[in-house]
Design a protein around this ligand. Structure first.
Ligand code: FAD
Length: 397
């Protein structure tokens, strides 16, 4: 279903803070959480709130009608959503990453076609970068984009597309029509009505169930001006927008999820009725709580430091900057998951392992398990190993 037709007028007062807008999305997500989790379906009410509150236009500049949000705003909003549900946080942050690519690289007339609609909450964007055969590798595409007169023909199979059945627009990587090498990749934008989408299979994952990330075949013809940036130059967009915003946005979602889990555990332990059930003097319990918190503070410090790096784009290409950006993703994916493991051991079977516990640890653990796979840490370690060899003086950022 294309929900763009159902966009409600923005009834959010202009002085509503971003976190208040995000809290409205969280409330909607909570109402449908039981169903989205059980049936592994997309959170349509939460998406409706993202439209209504203007958050889908967070990254669109104010002069183009958007909220003109900063990277810090994106991190704060994503973390808050992650406390309620990691799926909605990932849906939101991935959309913002796509939106930022359009803000930075869409040229006229595509720019005028999409930015006002993004700002109005009419465009929820899906991302198609992963490809059968090359997995998550960003800098390569095997599906050829064909140029016919002044149009571009798309025929792309995509093994995993979050929100692909409800999105209003798609950003798709394909092999450039002028490619002379595998890394000449183009990024194109397509409205859903310009495409035929054939979803296949079932979305029945361990976690991240509300992302509804089905495999699809996407075909269609778009005007030539819907290429984003230059043909064959996706590597530039990947280095300045896709990579950095993915690592920062995903880490914020994971940190939010683990922080929400710790908070719910602490509230449970502090309830007067539970004081006798848990041994608050237990050194094991205290050490596990301490470890979980330590992991989250470590990720938070690295996240904020990386966020700061991204405000100085001229430093981004440096070896030590790239290493820190990759370290953030690897560290956040490992430590947020490990923190929830600590919490499960801290509270035990009833509140650590059972689905109906108010701690939500069972779901947080399943969701966070995807973090290491979502752009494989193995790929990043290989890249980091090579970067290490370029920096024998170990100049830490
Ligand atoms: C919830 C969720 C939602 C997602 N949504 C989207 C989406 O909307 N759009 C999209 O495009 N993608 C999406 N992805 C895909 C994601 O971005 C990754 O690209 C994908 O998870 C990687 O898939 P893979 O593990 O099969 O592939 P690979 O990256 O190929 O990894 C497979 C295995 O092979 C190993 N491996 C293979 N080649 C190498 C190599 N050269 N170096 C090191 N290790 C290697 C890895 O260790 C890994 O264990 C989503 C993923 C998740 C978990």
């Amino acid at each position: 279903m294309n929900t763009a037709a159902h966009v409600k007028a923005d009834t959010t007062p202009a002085d509503t803070t971003l976190l208040e807008r995000a809290a409205a999305v969280c409330r909607a997500a909570e109402e449908e959480l039981e169903q989205t989790e059980r049936e592994a379906v997309f959170p349509l009410r939460a998406l409706e709130e993202m439209r209504r509150t203007g958050l889908l236009g967070l990254m669109v500049p104010k002069e183009d009608g958007g909220l003109g949000g900063t990277l810090t705003d994106l991190v704060d909003v994503t973390m808050l959503m992650g406390r309620t549900d990691m799926s909605i946080a990932m849906i939101f942050t991935m959309h913002c990453q796509q939106a930022q690519a359009l803000v930075r690289y869409a040229r006229s007339p595509l720019r005028e076609e999409v930015l006002p609609r993004l700002a109005a909450g009419e465009l929820y964007l899906a991302s198609v970068t992963t490809e059968a055969g090359k997995g998550g590798h960003l800098f390569r595409s095997e599906a050829p984009l064909r140029e016919v007169d002044s149009t571009l023909e798309i025929d792309r199979t995509a093994p995993i597309v979050t929100g692909g059945t409800v999105a209003d627009g798609f950003l798709i990587t394909m092999r450039s029509p002028y490619a002379t090498a595998d890394h000449h990749v183009s990024l194109v934008y397509a409205h859903t009505h310009q495409l035929k989408r054939e979803a296949s299979g079932q979305w029945s994952p361990l976690g991240m169930r509300a992302t509804h990330s089905l495999p699809m075949r996407i075909t269609g013809t778009i005007p030539g001006h819907q290429v984003v940036g230059e043909h064959g130059a996706f590597h530039e967009i990947a280095q300045t927008v896709f990579g950095p915003l993915a690592h920062v946005g995903w880490s914020a979602a994971w940190l939010g999820t683990a922080s929400g889990a710790l908070s719910r555990v602490l509230r449970l332990l502090r309830e007067p009725a539970n004081r006798k059930r848990f041994d608050m003097g237990s050194e094991l319990l205290l050490t596990r709580l301490s470890r979980a918190r330590q992991r989250l503070d470590t990720v938070h410090a690295l996240l904020r430091r990386t966020e700061d790096l991204l405000t100085r784009e001229e430093e981004l290409a440096a070896t030590n900057s790239q290493l820190m950006l990759n370290s953030l993703k690897i560290t956040a994916s490992e430590q947020c998951h490990a923190a929830v493991e600590d919490l499960i051991d801290a509270v035990g079977l009833r509140h650590g392992y059972l689905r109906d516990s108010p701690t939500g640890l069972e779901k947080a653990l399943r969701d966070l398990r995807s973090a290491k796979l979502n752009y494989s840490n193995d790929r990043l370690h290989l890249a980091d190993g090579q970067l290490c060899l370029l920096d024998p003086d170990v100049r830490l950022y």
